[in-house]
Every structure is written in structure tokens, then in C-alpha cells.
Design a protein around this ligand. Structure first.
Ligand code: SF4
Length: 349
């Protein structure tokens, strides 16, 4: 006996499925083409390309024999050109390794260039009725809501959970139809925003619907924003015009360059932050002086970091000897290799 969700879904799909050309086919090559074309592409846009490809390259041999340039031209306008290159390379792989016959096992399909778990499962189940659940973004959403899955579907645990639940629901008699029905439900009813729960064929089994928590699923892991750093540089100046510098020895940004005393501030900024004088006292108690100015916040972009930097200018009577810092005349700063973020500020002074 199929799971009641599976039974309800299959009944709904047979009545409501959109009529799409690849759905009439068991030809693995056409199914594969449709799956690759529809990745990151809307169905209405993909249709035109599907017709063009199946007419221009009616068999995998035709695709393999075409030049890469021709295939790329056919792909023009669809974007993500690596998909076209992979498609072409995989067609040649089918010719060289499978005598031009589309492979019939999940593993062999999965081994084709550019084919991931999802596409392999979709082709294997639809073309060959092999029992593999095809899990894409639509399925992640439907399963997350049906079972209130509390893990991010993209996390290792979330992936395993969703795969286990989809395998439990998978129809062993009609795995291809089941996979298409799940995707169809996600695309047309269980939409990312404002799912049409009232029209959903499985709403009586849906936990998120029962608890009125559909908008919470699928769960998204809060991204730790480790890319943004907040920094406060202290520029002390004694009565003789000297300041402190230190050489950054730690690995990471600006290794080997010189910088002023630095206080790292938390990101995101806390609700209330101690005033600068307190921060100074906490981090550099020996720097006892008068705060002259605190700069505006400078944004400095590195390849994968964003730095938010302020500079605090401090007048001190004397600079004590320090094992961490060297004393440098402010007028000699240009003799030291300083990060661009610092020289930019100095040049504006
Ligand atoms: S009841 Fe709503 S949330 Fe649940 S599966 Fe159906 S459309 Fe999605």
C-alpha cells in the first residue's frame, strides 16, 4: 500500500499535471535535455529551447557530433553556459563509453558530465522507473512543510532527513510520476510565498498547514556573517609627534603590513556599545590621553571581506615603551608598508 500522501499526490497529478512535451516521453535523452534546460530556467522560457534542441539534435548522436560552438549558439539566451558545455561533453561521453546508448543505471547516469544527484534521479526514475527520489528546491520545500523539518535542507543533516522522508513517500510502482508530481506540487501549489494550501491535495497530512507555520519552512540556517569585520584603529600622537605601529604577523588579511593599535568590534553591532573612552581603557590602558576625533566609518572591500573601519585620534603626553609596538614619527609613516585602508584615511587628514 502506498503512503496516503503518495496516493493523494498521484491522484491529483493525474488530473492536474501541466501538459509539457517531455512528460509524454520515456526517451531518456529528451528527459535529460528537459532537466538540464529547466535548471535555473522558467518552464515557459525553457519550452522554446527544448523544442529547438530536440529538433536540431534529435538523438544523442546528433548532439555529440555537433561542434561545441554550434551547441553554445543553440543555447544562446539561456545563460549558465557551463550547462551547454556539459551537455555536449556528456553526449560525447555517451558515444565513447556507452556506444551511443543512453546509460540505464542511476550510477552510470550520475557519472555523466554535469549530472548531479537530482538530474540522475529524475532521469533514472522517469525514463527507467528506477526507485530514486529526485530532490530539488521544490521538493525540499514541500517535504519541509509536510513534516515541519527543522533543519536547513542544504545542511548535511537536512539533506539526509529530506532524502529519507522522500524515499519513504516514493512510489515504487511509479517513481517517475511520483517525482514529477512532487515537483509539480512545489511549482504550482506549495509555492515559496503564499502557498495555495486550500487547493493542496495533501493538506490533510501537512504538519505546517495544521500548525499554521508554513512560512517558517524550509528553514534557512542563519548565515554567520563572518565576512564583515568592524575595526577601530587608535592613532596616538605624543607631544613629539610620534605614534605607535605594529607589524601584522598573523595569517590572514594584511600579513606583514604595519598598522596602528587596533580594537576589533563585534559584528553585527550590539544594541549598546561601550563609549570609545571605555573601549580604549579596556584594550589599551596605557594609552591615557585625550580623544581628539573619531572618524566616520570607512567601508573597505577586500575580495571576500567587508571591513568597516573607524579611526580614533588620541593626544597623549608620552608613549610608553611597548613590546607590541614600535614608535614612529608621524611624518615617517610613508616609509612603512601600510594597508590601503589606512593610507586612504591618512591621505584625507
Ligand atoms: S498544505 Fe500548504 S504547505 Fe502543506 S504541502 Fe500543501 S501547499 Fe504546501
Amino acid at each position: 500500500m502506498p503512503h496516503p500522501i503518495t496516493a493523494a499526490l498521484l491522484t491529483w497529478y493525474s488530473a492536474k499535471a501541466r501538459n509539457l512535451p517531455w512528460r509524454d516521453s520515456k526517451n531518456p535523452y529528451f528527459i535529460w535535455l528537459s532537466e538540464v534546460i529547466l535548471q535555473q530556467t522558467r518552464v515557459d522560457q525553457g519550452l522554446k529551447y527544448y523544442h529547438h534542441f530536440t529538433e536540431t539534435y534529435p538523438t544523442v548522436l546528433h548532439l555529440a557530433k555537433a561542434s561545441e560552438d554550434e551547441v553554445l549558439r543553440s543555447w544562446q539566451g539561456l545563460g549558465y553556459y557551463s550547462r551547454a558545455r556539459n551537455l555536449h561533453a556528456a553526449a560525447q561521453q555517451i558515444v565513447s563509453s556507452h556506444h551511443g546508448q543512453f546509460p540505464t543505471s542511476y550510477e552510470a547516469i550520475r557519472n555523466l558530465k554535469g549530472v548531479g544527484d537530482y538530474t540522475a534521479a529524475a532521469v533514472a526514475s522517469i525514463a527507467f522507473s528506477l526507485p530514486y527520489p529526485a530532490v530539488d528546491g521544490n521538493v525540499n520545500r514541500v517535504i519541509s512543510r509536510l513534516f515541519c523539518v527543522d533543519q536547513d535542507p542544504l545542511s548535511t543533516q537536512g539533506k539526509a532527513r529530506i532524502k529519507a522522508l522522500s524515499s519513504e513517500l516514493l512510489s515504487l510502482e511509479r517513481p517517475g510520476t511520483f517525482n514529477q508530481a512532487m515537483m509539480e506540487l512545489g511549482a504550482t501549489v506549495c509555492k515559496p510565498r503564499n502557498p495555495l494550501c486550500d487547493q493542496c491535495p495533501v493538506n490533510m497530512f501537512c504538519e505546517a498547514y495544521r500548525l499554521r507555520t508554513t512560512e517558517r519552512y524550509p528553514v534557512k540556517k542563519a548565515k554567520a556573517d563572518s565576512q564583515t569585520l568592524r575595526m577601530l584603529y587608535i592613532i596616538p600622537e605624543d607631544s613629539e609627534g610620534f605614534t605607535y605601529l605594529r607589524r601584522r604577523s598573523e595569517k590572514g588579511i594584511w600579513q606583514g603590513l604595519y598598522e596602528f593599535p587596533l580594537i576589533h568590534l563585534p559584528w553585527p553591532p550590539p544594541q549598546s556599545e561601550p563609549p570609545p573612552a571605555e573601549l580604549l581603557q579596556e584594550h589599551f590602558p596605557s594609552l591615557d590621553g585625550t580623544i581628539l576625533r573619531i572618524s566616520e566609518e570607512y567601508t573597505h572591500l577586500l575580495s571576500h571581506r567587508k571591513l568597516l573601519i573607524r579611526f580614533l585620534q588620541l593626544k597623549v603626553e608620552t608613549l610608553n615603551e611597548s613590546p607590541d609596538f614600535i614608535q614612529v614619527a608621524l611624518s615617517d609613516l610613508n616609509q612603512f608598508a601600510l594597508p590601503r585602508a589606512i593610507t586612504r584615511f591618512l591621505s584625507e587628514l
